[in-house]
Design a binder for this molecule. Sequence first.
Ligand SMILES: NC(=O)C1=CN([C@@H]2O[C@H](COP(=O)(O)OP(=O)(O)OC[C@H]3O[C@@H](n4cnc5c(N)ncnc54)[C@H](OP(=O)(O)O)[C@@H]3O)[C@@H](O)[C@H]2O)[C@H](O)CC1
Ligand SMILES: [K+]
Length: 499
Amino acid sequence: MRNIMTVSQTREADRFTIANEPVSTIDLMERASQAFVQKFISLFSDQRISVLICCGPGNNGGDGLAISRLLYEYGYSNIRVWIADFNGSRTDDFKVNFQRLSEIPIHVNELANTDNFEAIEAAIVIDALLGSGLNKPLEGALLNLVRHINASGKQVISVDIPSGMPADGNIMVETESIFARDVISFQRPKLSFFFPESAKSLRYFHTVDIGLDETYISALKTDFFEITEDDIRSALIKRSPFNHKGTFGHCLIFAGNINTMGAALLSAEASLYTGSGLTSLCIPPSGLSALNTRLPEAMALEREQLPSIRNLEKYAALAVGPGLGVGEDEKKYLRLLLNSKITSTVIDADALNILAQEGELFEQLKPGTIITPHMKEFDRLFGSSKNWWERTAKARENAVKRQIIIVLKNRYTFIAMPNGKVIINPTGNPGMASGGMGDVLCGMIGSLLAQGYAAEEAAMLACFLHGKAGDLLAEEGMAVIPPTMLIQKIPKVIGDFTL
Ligand SMILES: NC(=O)C1=CN([C@@H]2O[C@H](COP(=O)(O)OP(=O)(O)OC[C@H]3O[C@@H](n4cnc5c(N)ncnc54)[C@H](OP(=O)(O)O)[C@@H]3O)[C@@H](O)[C@H]2O)[C@H](O)CC1
Ligand SMILES: [K+]
């Protein structure tokens, strides 16, 4: 896991690195600027491109000045610099870089404290106005400059973070900032980049290593972690020669209704392709011929038969909810299943909507149960929130209080764990935004639970592999990814990490 630092922890890591490496602050700034420039060159290799670098008075601006000099040294000659120093005091390292820049022929314009800014001619704007030192919302001339840059329609590349964007996740609806196409962020992504409200401030982010002490950083106590490929490699168990279908468990999926049988089929197919030894799908009779035709590997269990089954614990895991409906029969059977001896459970979609209506059933969830709400389902369960920061806080609080795992689905899914940590899944892409993707995820989680993975691991693995399968398809040129196509990719993704 890669821990995500807060701004104050980044400052601590700075201080530790400066004292212990040791390295001077000005050399660290140079290193950060070099790292930025290397990434910039990989994005824009044409040295004739015109670049305007907008610098504030702090160290973010100091980076901007160093970046201007370095770009010039790398052959980018069409460079101009604007300094927006409206009332802030210049930091020492800003002053050093200002002096260094004066020794090379780059046009520097110190902007007056006014709202009258000249038109931006350059093709690219590098935004080094404010970084992680932001301590209040933008206002006055600086806010107008930010609006002027945004209105120019030019491609903006931000240094460390879009100016005006708070870094630690609590982004208010009214927050205004630079809108950057790319952000080149130092050492770690900022927590805010993973929150949906970040969409108004940036499109892509890249993280560059500036040589802060990693041993120190990984020992910092943080609440948010990002899943890495190494985590997946070490968590996924390789199959052994003497394994048999019994080794990989039996997943029972309770899903589907007359008009939403497809959701049940998607979950069952995802369970099969994720590797459970056996998959049974519990559906109404109207879905039986579809199941037998489409998924010969899966077994059918008619819904009405549920009460007569004495040994439900033969199912190693239970996945409930996709396309289920919220009628009285569904409520009755859901209650029966959640009260059964099956201990590994994932609850999705309509089963969550039933829980939102049946408070006492929700209160009785077994420890280690996984719930997978999207935003609307989450708000139905836990009440509305004014922003994602508040919603995430509620997810953490409830995961701890109820000792359950809450998979709060989004572009970057947040997995709130019973120990209070939030695990962020980095995989996935906009091509996956279609109905049915959640049903696939639910089937994958059920399958991993059936195979014996602990609930925390099953949630983390399923989210990562699900997004990764989508990413592989995107790399193959798929702009739109139908869930059935994603399912086909799951065995390959698992193979990439285990074979
Ligand atoms: N380890 C690293 O990641 C490194 C990062 N570097 C770069 O340093 C910046 C952070 O630099 P810092 O000087 O701390 O802060 P900023 O440049 O972001 O801000 C400067 C000052 O601006 C004032 N401020 C804050 N909010 C506003 C606002 N809304 N409007 C106007 N002015 C504002 C504030 O000063 P005050 O006097 O108001 O307190 C800030 O202090 C980081 O982002 C990186 O780019 C290093 O270069 C290398 C190591
Ligand atoms: K910035």
